[in-house]
Ligand binder design. Structure first.
Ligand SMILES: Cc1cc2nc3c(=O)[nH]c(=O)nc-3n(C[C@H](O)[C@H](O)[C@H](O)COP(=O)(O)OP(=O)(O)OC[C@H]3O[C@@H](n4cnc5c(N)ncnc54)[C@H](O)[C@@H]3O)c2cc1C
Length: 385
């Protein structure tokens, strides 16, 4: 039977980062199992690629403080581009409650060590995003090292370097069972035979709940459809624009190619494995969009170029990272709730640290354990887009 020290289920950006970080820690007997014939068919290939450190919880800020500089030197380390563009994230406040929230987050971000974030007055906001309607804007927050990456390229860079160091990627192979004995995890069953191993990492994205069930683990990760709409080429928004977030509606956009890419969290969306693009969404997003970005009236949208993918949501919008208590060898790296690209470097580092040394200096991992749901210790991140 084939065997590996570590078996990773899922070859998206998270599985790829875990694989590379394991090789960095000296562990080279690693197999990554990917159901699809190509990497990136899950959420990674559908992502908006936004990366930011402007969060409300120290644990999320810390993960960004590792990840964003990592994207900055990615090409040097991997020999492959990350596509990182430090164009910033601009949060636009139109209600005193937004400003209070930004101010509280700002204090937390500074306390954790973020140096590139600033609170803004309405004139500062107008200067950074002159194209928005700003008559009701009362201020904002901007972090210049936030920005965007190319998720597919990051995933590929991690995996190619990991493979150069001996990691094996098995494509078109589905994990259909997880085996355990009296000592804990002892391997997996796949559509192409069994693989023995004492450590298994669940990096199965939106499908993580189903994979966890194969090991008898109850993991509350739900798929939630998320749709993105690009415009046709359009020169009314500068290509150097940051990601602009209208806190009043949640509408946000960033430059993409010669147009812009728009997102909005539809509160009517319900959980499920839905990846079809709903044409009715265009009207919904444009009505929010035009109200903040009036020049959108002049943009064209081709519904055929819009797409949908899956967020992997947990009840508290925080990931589940770490070992499963009572099942030695089973590790989870799931439930990123819309932040799996930006936090993929930190996640890889934390999981590799936990597997190779039993602890991680990057963040305190105990609060991220799956046990928090049963024990009622939820972590509430409110800065979810
Ligand atoms: C529209 C959209 C916009 C987003 N925008 C952002 C953003 O701006 N910034 C950000 O940080 N994040 C964003 N996200 C979230 C981000 O894309 C995800 O959190 C991230 O890609 C998760 O990576 P992953 O590797 O865990 O999952 P995936 O990329 O889904 O990879 C999981 C892999 O596991 C494989 N798999 C599943 N089950 C099995 C099995 N049984 N056997 C073998 N293989 C299996 C799947 O085929 C898949 O390839 C967005 C997501 C969407 C959908």
């Amino acid at each position: 039977m084939r065997a590996a020290d570590v078996i990773i289920i899922g070859g998206g950006i998270v599985g790829s980062s875990v694989a590379w970080h394991l090789t960095e820690a000296g562990c080279r007997s690693v197999v990554v199992i990917e159901r699809e014939a190509h990497q990136g068919k899950g959420s990674t290939g559908k992502s908006m690629g936004g990366v930011r450190a402007q969060f409300s919880m120290p644990i999320s800020i810390r993960m960004s403080l590792y990840s964003i500089p990592f994207f900055g030197r990615f090409e040097e380390v991997m020999g492959h581009p990350s596509g990182y563009r430090a164009q910033g994230y601009l949060f636009v406040a139109t209600d005193p409650r937004h400003m209070l929230y930004l101010r509280e987050n700002y204090a937390k971000q500074l306390a954790v060590g973020l140096k590139t974030v600033h609170l803004l007055d309405p004139d500062d906001v107008r200067q950074i995003a002159p194209e928005i309607r700003s008559d009701d804007v009362i201020g904002g927050s901007f972090c210049s090292t936030d920005g965007f990456v190319d998720p597919h390229s990051v995933m590929t860079g991690f995996m190619l370097k990991a493979m150069e160091r001996g990691v094996e990627l098995m494509r078109a192979t589905e994990v259909i069972g997880i085996r355990a004995d009296a000592r804990g995890i002892c391997g997996v069953e796949t559509s192409r035979g069994a693989i023995a191993g004492r450590v298994v990492v669940n990096a199965a994205g939106a499908w993580a709940g189903l994979v966890a069930r194969l090991a008898g683990v109850d993991l509350p990760v739900e798929p939630l459809r998320r749709m993105l709409v690009p415009t046709e080429p359009f020169d009314k928004v500068a290509h150097t624009s940051p990601m602009v977030v209208d806190m009043g509606t949640g509408f946000h956009y960033r430059p993409e190619g010669r147009g812009i890419l728009m997102a909005w969290n539809d509160p009517e969306e319900t959980p499920g494995f839905k990846t079809n693009f709903d044409h009715g969404f265009i009207e919904k997003i444009l009505s929010r969009g035009v109200s903040r970005l009036p020049v959108l009236e002049e943009a064209e949208v081709n519904p055929k170029r819009a797409w949908a993918g899956l967020y992997e949501m947990t009840p508290d919008h925080h990931p589940v990272i770490g070992p499963v208590k009572g099942l030695p060898g089973m590790y989870l790296a799931n439930g990123f709730s819309g932040h799996g690209v930006m936090h993929s470097p930190a996640t890889g580092r934390i999981v590799a640290d936990l597997i190779t040394t039993g602890h991680s200096h990057l963040v305190e991992t105990e609060p991220l354990g799956v046990e928090r749901f049963a024990e009622g210790r939820l972590l509430h991140e409110t800065a979810v887009l």
